[in-house]
Design a protein around this ligand. Structure first.
Ligand code: DSN
Length: 422
């Protein structure tokens, strides 16, 4: 970054500090991952400065030959990876992908039904702070108080009452398998479209360790950078019959010129996710999450739903006398990055929360296995409970990070880690 250091040293310094910090900290943010350097190369190049609109065969600017190659490859690979009839790889993010689906088949004021944000849904599924709750008549379903799993009967009851034009399933902090067929049945019963937003679990679906919504949903949206371990940006998959409506909704409906570099990154992401190794990675992500949940549980932490089927572990901190916001801060001081998160029926608001959300996608890519999850759980407990000084835990985190340096091919590294048994 020599030129950047010269032109704008403050920005260069912030970027460099982030790179150093990343090497020395443990990333447990469930919405992030460590992409292969090939994906970073595909995203950071001359294509980042290419300006054009339209689709292959229907461009509005000249000079599109190489872009067409990239977009066609990204579309074909997305379809093949998920077994979908149609794909649009232009959305700049997951929320845009959802917005495009709404615009394609809904009118302003139509009723939609999505999972409540506080129960694990997403802002773009009908929350009042988002376009989805402002422009549509949004209703929510939630969880069963006992099991903390989706209350499917309650969802059906609300659907029969409000007759939504669109039902949305999927979420950002729901750790269990979603019964997509059950959603399909309810959508059919009330005449609604079904949108499955699998932004968080797309990599687990691609890796075959989480059921695919593609056979059941009219529309499937996702991002590339969470469990899929790849590029930024969103994707819409759909039945062929909706393809042209989705294309028009993305461009010119909600976006102008496309991010060609991100489409290149997405194409590489889909290629890597189709390799046999990726299945092993996806399996290990879930094994690690289950090991982390198990260890924390043995230490007295309450895990929402009692465990996980995914990369997400949602921890209820109410019996620890600490809020999610305090926990996030204390863990960050120790070098462990996660986010405060509301738990189901949380008495606290989004700024404080009673829980934290942990995710194992990035640490798994870094090479951590179940034994490191044990070490991690112990370090987290000591930092959160105050049993150890935070500086002491920070030193141990740095030592563990040194054992697993960042770089390509970490996941394939078979060198045993320093962890012990739970
Ligand atoms: N959807 C947000 C999250 O889950 O944290 C960011 O991608």
């Amino acid at each position: 970054m020599n030129r950047l250091r010269q032109v704008d040293p403050e920005i260069a310094a912030a970027i460099e500090a982030e790179a150093v910090g990343r090497a020395e900290t443990i990333e447990l943010n469930a919405a992030t991952n460590l992409p292969d350097p090939s994906i970073i190369e595909a995203q950071a190049n001359v294509m980042a400065h290419k300006t054009l609109e339209g689709y292959p065969g229907r461009r509005y600017h000249g000079g599109h030959h190489n872009v067409d190659i990239i977009e066609n490859l990204a579309v074909e690979r997305a379809k093949r990876l998920f077994g979908a009839e149609y794909a649009n790889v232009q959305p700049h993010c997951g929320t845009h992908a959802n917005l495009a689906v709404y615009l394609a088949v809904l009118n302003p004021g139509d009723a939609i039904l999505g999972m409540d944000l506080t129960m694990g849904g997403h802002l773009s599924h009908g929350h009042g702070a988002s376009f989805s709750g402002r422009f549509f008549n949004a209703h929510t379903y939630g969880l069963d108080r006992e099991t903390e799993g989706i209350d499917y009967d309650g969802m059906r009851r609300i659907a029969r009452e409000v007759r939504p034009r669109m039902i949305v399933c999927g979420g950002s902090s729901y750790p269990r398998i979603i019964d997509f067929r059950r959603f399909r049945d309810v959508a059919d019963e009330v005449g609604a479209y079904l949108l499955a937003d699998i932004a968080h679990v797309a990599g687990l679906v691609a890796g075959g360790v989480y059921p695919s919504p593609v056979p059941h949903a009219d529309f499937v949206t996702f991002t590339g950078y969470k469990t899929l371990k790849g590029a930024r940006g969103g994707v819409v998959l759909c039945k062929r019959k909706y393809g042209s409506r989705i294309d028009s909704a993305v461009f010119p409906g909600i976006q102008g010129s496309m991010h060609v570099h991100l489409m290149a990154g997405k194409a590489v992401t889909f290629r890597l996710a189709s390799l046999p190794d990726f299945k092993v990675y996806a399996e290990q992500v879930v094994k690690n999450a289950q090991a982390l949940a198990g260890c924390l549980s043995e230490m007295g932490y309450r895990i929402v739903t009692g465990g996980t089927d995914t990369h997400v572990v949602l921890v209820d901190l109410r019996n620890q006398g600490i809020t999610g916001a305090e926990a996030q801060e204390r863990l960050e001081e120790a070098g462990i990055i996660c986010n405060k998160n509301r738990i189901p029926f949380d008495p606290l608001g989004a700024d404080r929360t009673s829980g934290i959300r942990l995710g194992t996608s990035a640490v798994t890519e870094r090479g951590f296995r179940e034994s490191e999850m044990t070490l991690l759980a112990e370090m987290m407990d000591r930092a959160l409970s105050g049993k150890s000084r935070v500086e002491e835990v920070r030193r141990e985190v740095k030592a563990l990070c040194r054992h697993f340096p960042l770089g390509p091919g970490n996941f394939q590294n078979e060198t045993p880690g320093p962890g012990g048994g739970c």
